[in-house]
Write a protein that binds this ligand. Structure first.
Ligand code: ADP
Ligand code: MG
Length: 334
């Protein structure tokens, strides 16, 4: 039970194979299709998710951003198997999050997903050392109870140490959470989340309680996990530096995915210099609905109605140029 350390060539081959896959398709590891979550408290209904679509490919490291209250944590709780959508469909690594049985759900939470929460205290048990915290999920999964053979115990201990080493916190193995810094605790928390080699690692504002320098270390740890173990990782973050370092950032607005930014490295043909090019995309739903970014529509003072034109390779969107008191169009409608 050791962590596979693939060679650089093997990693490059895997990365290339992933790049050649269609961005979206049947091989998505996470598929959310029109996910709705309505909370009812004291007769008041809150639509936390209002038909959210999201696809995440296997091996991706991506960020989710959005204003407070936009539904990010609601989505993460659903993906973590802690909450169930009111409607829509959500599948992760072959598991159907709406229909799975309680038994399957428990196994899903133990084996398919790992999570890291913002509150460092929620991630680790205070009376266990870092190494014991990492071993615990393996014991819970084990099925052989607490009384396991010496060999199994040793293998688990070895794996825990390897994970702590990978994330740069091997020196904390014998320390309890209160003997570690916030950044060390979060890196140990990532090791705990990876203990059972989950297909997906979910993190809800994992750097929210940390300073920006420490946040960079945490992000580097996620990247290491993604690149070394191939784990698919979804990070909810407010942190612009984190959002600026991943290839894909999806923005959630009012319980729906609104826009996403893709970054690519391009080589300038003239100078040979590498530059990162970011491009913004909007999600087009099945009904053809499109949400334009607020800063775009504000810049051109677009409201209520926009003019459209179909061109051979794009659709033009213009501010409404008909004046309120009557172009031929409007007066004709009277
Ligand atoms: P975010 O994580 O993006 O800040 P949340 O997913 O926590 O947003 O919340 C989205 C909306 O759903 C908010 O209006 C919030 O008040 C509401 N909400 C979240 N959880 C519950 C709950 N358990 N009961 C009632 N309302 C909730
Ligand atoms: Mg939240």
């Amino acid at each position: 039970m050791t962590i596979q350390n693939p060679t650089f060539d093997e990693l490059a081959r895997r990365a290339a194979a992933r790049r050649d896959q269609p961005a979206y398709g049947h091989d998505a590891l996470i598929t959310c299709d029109r996910v709705v979550r309505v909370f009812s408290t004291e007769g008041v209904e809150v639509q936390a998710l209002q038909g959210l679509d999201l696809l995440v490919r296997e091996g991706e490291l991506m960020a989710l951003v959005g204003a407070s209250g936009s539904g990010k944590s609601t989505l993460m709780n659903i993906l973590a198997g802690l909450d169930t959508p009111t409607a829509g469909s959500a599948r992760v690594a072959g598991a159907d999050l709406l229909t799975m049985t309680a038994k399957d759900r428990l196994r899903y939470r133990r084996e398919t997903v790992g999570f890291v929460w913002q509150q460092t205290a929620r991630n680790l048990l205070p009376y266990l050392t870092a190494a014991q915290n990492v071993v615990l999920p393996m014991q819970l999964r084990g099925g052989q109870g607490w009384f396991t053979g010496k060999r199994v115990r040793r293998a688990r201990g070895t794996r825990a140490l390897e994970l702590l080493e990978l994330l740069g916190v091997a020196d904390c193995r014998g320390r309890r959470p209160d003997q570690m810094s916030g950044g060390q605790q979060q890196r140990v928390a990532i090791a705990v989340a990876l203990a059972n080699a989950p297909a997906v690692l979910l993190a809800d504002e994992p750097t929210g309680e940390l300073d920006s320098h420490t946040a960079e270390d945490i992000f580097a740890a996620f990247r290491t996990a993604n690149e070394t173990l191939g784990t698919t990782i979804v990070i909810v973050t407010h942190d612009q530096t984190v959002a600026g370092e991943v290839r894909r950032t999806v923005a959630i607005r009012d319980g729906r995915t609104s826009t996403e930014v893709l970054r690519r490295t391009e080589v300038d043909e003239a100078t040979g210099q590498e530059a990162v090019v970011a491009r913004e995309y909007a999600m087009l739903d099945r009904a053809g609905r499109l949400q334009l970014p607020a800063d775009y529509t504000r810049a051109l003072d677009m409201r209520d109605r926009v003019a459209l034109e179909l061109e051979s390779d794009h659709i033009g969107v213009w501010p409404d140029d008909s004046t309120p008191s009557g172009t031929s169009e409007r007066s004709g409608a009277d």
